[in-house]
Design a protein around this ligand. Sequence first.
Ligand SMILES: [Cu+2]
Length: 197
Amino acid sequence: MIYNKLFGRVFSYNIALICFVFSCSTLQAADIQLSIQHTMPNTIFVLQARQKIVVDDFKSKTSTLHQKGKVFLPKLLVIYQGDTLDLTNDDVVYHNVFSMSEAKRFDLGLYPHGDHREVRFDKLGLVRIFCAIHPDMFAQVLVVHTPWHAVLKEGEQVVWKDVPKGDYDLSMWDTKEKTFKVLKGLSILEKNMRVSL
Ligand SMILES: [Cu+2]
């Protein structure tokens, strides 16, 4: 009788453990929602894996950097290494977009309204972009080594989809120090995870 009770308890523990291990081992990827509740200006956030992960499925993307009203829109961008930027002139005046940054040097020359140029970013780092005609025009592009990134401010959110299981650091870009500051570690154990800052 005692043996049966003991056996039953051990058996049920084993079942629970097997279910736990099974559910963990079958979780391959998760969706992570990051929402910003603190008062903060546009800030770059990244989710960086602590271990090597395979992200071959992520094809390089093209983001657009507009020139409109003699300003760059948006003024702050984050892109994945290998992504392309489409620089579109939406103004009636000519622009001459260029960068002297170590991570990417280019000079697109003069181009008119409706025209655009493409620049691919293969090197990690901060790229400061200007216009040779209009000295007040300025934008910054941060090239990062992770497909899970976003520029967010208070009240905004992002959902990073299909993040492979593993251990990650959620970091923000410190514009003054020009470096990433780790905010918290994340171990992916559930299909849907929510993080509020
Ligand atoms: Cu210009």
